[in-house]
Design a protein around this ligand. Structure first.
Ligand SMILES: [Zn+2]
Length: 472
């Protein structure tokens, strides 16, 4: 049997793979497709033989490309993934949507509940198999018995999720592969449920990016008005891009009908979501008018709860119960985004301290070219500023976006709640509620005083003692 090298047959049956036992659990459908994931998995599959021989230690995903002599890569490597395709019945199986053989691409989950997430090289459907974490690791490790490959740790698997595939893409290009996803692509695997919840936070980001974005006619360079005809084109593009890649679009992108979508930010800058209020007649928004949500203005309605909360809060009476019910209602409706501005995407002191605690002095010594055997705290902080902080600021699993929600009572009094949102991909989206505050209370300023940062510069501008205190 020959190894197919012809790229016109990306979904070639897995001819060199042993047959699956008849009782192997089938893949379940995750309900969405991703063309870039399809390109990626079919290219790995086509080039699997050469990858095993020439690039066994290249990570499938992740920013850290560690040279083989420096130790195993910080993510699953090509050799491990391809071996698992061969040896593990958990890592391949018939696609529930077509005749393809879907192949595993990522592993992850939360708590004890883990998943193998795969992609069909024919149709691009995401598929998954649920498993208890310990059982999954045991099964995967057993499949690799007799091979000299080692599985990455659980946290390495989670940390590389949704990151780019730069090393792998470079390896595939070296092998002559051209049908590849773009460099910015990062396979974002998720629990089916978490993905749905993530999408509601994603909607907020999409709205803000669409408001910031300009539409330019590609042929003439003229600005095109954002109206009911062009707005959906823009938001659909941003939505699809975010869900496909796990990141927001950068700079210019070609849209349909000769339109270019231009975005003012590049991912090289820490992303800030503070935006100018759009002109009301120019940009349709999806503002949620909570006051109008309920026809029934009785005690149990959302407006009734808000009225009670505002009155009790102003009178300094207990508010815990109405506050909890309001938060619950907003969470259930999925309308935690208010249509108002996001305060910013901030990185918390704990996330910084956690990342600082695991810095390896040998790496610091090498990066800063320190000849002395000892590494001091100032040098570690310098390394943190130069090499760690920016990555943390871009990682949605550790940063937090704050969304203010203005609650307006029937008599026109208002308060704000603030919801902190963090985590995506394999991490269940976490919400943390703050408030109530006066409507004009500057929450962003308050979190800055607590040591949260929105940019690398904010951290750099702190005094040495403050930095040391924050990082523990
Ligand atoms: Zn398929």
């Amino acid at each position: 049997m020959t190894t197919p090298t012809n790229s016109e047959h990306p979904a070639d049956s897995s001819s060199d793979l042993p047959p699956l036992p008849p009782d192997a659990a089938p893949w379940q459908s995750a309900g969405y497709r991703d063309e870039n994931a399809r390109l990626l998995v079919s290219a790995i599959h086509r080039r699997r033989g050469a990858l095993l021989i020439e690039f066994p230690d290249v990570p499938v995903q992740g920013y850290d490309v560690i040279l083989p002599e420096e130790g195993p890569a910080g993510a699953i490597t090509c050799s491990v993934l391809i071996s698992l395709w061969r040896e593990s019945e958990l890592c391949r199986g018939t696609c529930p949507h077509c005749d393809g053989t879907a192949l595993a691409l990522a592993f992850g989950g939360t708590g004890e509940s883990w998943f193998v997430v795969g992609v069909c090289p024919l149709c691009g459907s995401y598929v998954f198999r649920p498993s208890e974490k310990g059982a999954l690791f045991a099964a995967l490790a057993q499949s690799l018995e007799g091979w000299c490959f080692r599985l990455p740790t659980q946290s390495q698997l989670l940390l590389s999720n949704a990151h780019q595939h730069l090393a792998l893409l470079a390896a595939l290009r070296t092998l002559g592969e051209h049908l590849l996803p773009p460099d910015h692509y990062g396979f974002a695997a998720s629990l089916p449920d978490a993905m749905r919840r993530w999408q509601s936070a994603a909607e907020q980001r999409i709205g803000i990016w669409s408001q910031r974005g300009a539409i330019i006619h590609a042929a003439t360079g003229a600005h095109v008005e954002k109206n009911t005809a062009t707005w959906p084109l823009l938001t659909d593009f941003v939505r699809e891009f975010l869900l496909r890649t796990g990141t927001l679009p950068e700079l210019d992108h070609a849209g349909p009908d000769g339109l270019d979508f231009s975005f003012p930010l590049s991912s090289q800058e820490p992303v800030s979501y503070r935006v100018e209020a759009p002109a009301a007649d120019e940009t349709p928004t999806n503002d949620v008018d909570y006051a109008a949500d309920d026809d029934d203005d009785g005690e149990g309605s959302l407006q009734g709860l808000i009225d009670r909360l505002v009155t009790d809060w102003r009178a300094k009476r207990p508010i815990a119960e109405s506050l909890a019910r309001i938060q619950e209602t907003l969470e259930e409706s999925g309308d935690i985004h208010s249509g108002y501005d996001i305060l910013g995407v901030f990185l918390g002191p704990k996330a910084m301290a956690d990342a600082f605690a695991v810095i390896d002095d040998d790496v610091v010594r090498q990066a800063l070219e320190i000849t002395d055997r000892r590494v001091n705290q100032t040098q570690r902080i310098e390394f943190f500023e130069q090499h760690v902080l920016e990555g943390l600021l871009e990682d949605a699993d550790v940063t937090r976006a704050f969304v203010p929600i203005v609650l307006e009572s029937s008599d026109g009094e208002s308060l704000q709640l603030v919801v902190g949102i963090s985590g995506y991909s394999f991490t269940i989206l976490e919400y943390e509620w703050h408030g109530p505050f006066e409507a004009e209370f500057d929450f962003a300023e308050w979190v800055r005083k607590e040591g949260w940062v929105e940019t690398v510069e904010e951290f750099q501008q702190m005094g040495a003692r403050r930095k040391a205190k924050l990082l523990g």
